[in-house]
Design a binder for this molecule. Structure first.
Ligand code: MLT
Length: 239
C-alpha cells in the first residue's frame, strides 16, 4: 500500500521518512499553485519555475513572458504577477511562461529531488487525486507555507488531498501531519472561506485589495490541469 506523508513547511522536507518511489505534491493555494493551473488552462504550453529574481529577469531580457511576485506584489519588469484571475482573460496557446514567487517556486526547487513532482491547489483537487491514483507511487505533500512557516490554507488543501487518497485509494498515512491536516479539513471544509479568513496570507492579500483572487483560490475543481515537472518545466498532464 503506498504511503502518504505531509511536510507542513519546506523546512520539514529534509526530515521526511518517504525517500523511495515517491511523488512530491507542492501546494501553495495563495496563490502560486492556483495561478499555475489558471495559466495552463488559458493555453500556456509550459511554466518554467525559477527561484531568483535575477534569473527571471534574464529570461525577460531574452524575450520570454515572465510572471514575478514578491510579498504578494507584481515585480515591475514582469508581464504578470501571481494573480490567478489575471490569467483568465489571456490566450497564450503554447507559449512558455517563466514564473518566480516568494514561496511556491522555492518549494518546487526543494521538492524536485523526487521521482516526480506535481502541483496542487483547491482548483485542481480532484484532477490531482486522480493523477496520483494512476501513478502508483508514495506521496509526499509539500506545503509551501509562508517563508518556511506553517500556513493554514496549504494545510487544509493537504488535508483535502489526504482524505480523498485515503478514502479512495488505500493510501497509508505514515505521519501525524497527515492525520492532523485531514482532521482539520474535516472540520473546515463546509465553511472553507470563513475558516481561512483569519489566516495571515489571506489577510495580507486582502489588505492589497485582492478579493477576486481570494474568492477564486478557494473554489474547488475549477481546473482539470495537473502541472507536472518535466525537465525543469511544468507541463499539463490532465488526469
Ligand atoms: C508565493 O508563492 O509566495 C505566493 O503565491 C505569494 C502570493 O500570493 O503572491
Amino acid at each position: 500500500m503506498p504511503n502518504i506523508e505531509t511536510c507542513l513547511s519546506p523546512l520539514l522536507f529534509s526530515a521526511r521518512q518517504t525517500k523511495d518511489n515517491y511523488v512530491v505534491v507542492v501546494i501553495d493555494v495563495l496563490r502560486a499553485t492556483t495561478a499555475f493551473c489558471a495559466a495552463l488552462d488559458r493555453g500556456f504550453g509550459s511554466i518554467i519555475p525559477v527561484t531568483g529574481i535575477e534569473e527571471a529577469l534574464n529570461y525577460k531580457e531574452k524575450g520570454y513572458q515572465v510572471a514575478a511576485e514578491r510579498e504578494g506584489d507584481k515585480l515591475d519588469f514582469a508581464d504578470f504577477g501571481n494573480s490567478p484571475t489575471s490569467f483568465l482573460s489571456t490566450n497564450n496557446i503554447g507559449d512558455e511562461l517563466v514564473f518566480t514567487t516568494t514561496n511556491g517556486t522555492r518549494a518546487i526547487d526543494t521538492g524536485k529531488v523526487a521521482d516526480e513532482l506535481i502541483t496542487a491547489s483547491f482548483s485542481n483537487l480532484t484532477a490531482v487525486c486522480n493523477w496520483i491514483f494512476n501513478s502508483n507511487r508514495n506521496v509526499v505533500i509539500l506545503c509551501a507555507g509562508w517563508k518556511n512557516t506553517f500556513s493554514l490554507e496549504d494545510t487544509l488543501c493537504a488535508g483535502a488531498i489526504a482524505e480523498k487518497l485515503i478514502k479512495g485509494g488505500h493510501f497509508l498515512p505514515v505521519d501525524d501531519a497527515t492525520l492532523v491536516s485531514k482532521a482539520l479539513w474535516g472540520k473546515s471544509s463546509e465553511n472553507l472561506r470563513e475558516n481561512v479568513r483569519q489566516s495571515s496570507h489571506y489577510q495580507r492579500l486582502r489588505s492589497k485589495g485582492l478579493d477576486n483572487d481570494l474568492e477564486y483560490c478557494f473554489r474547488i475543481d475549477t481546473s482539470e490541469s495537473v502541472p507536472v515537472l518535466v525537465d525543469g518545466k511544468l507541463v499539463n498532464d490532465k488526469a
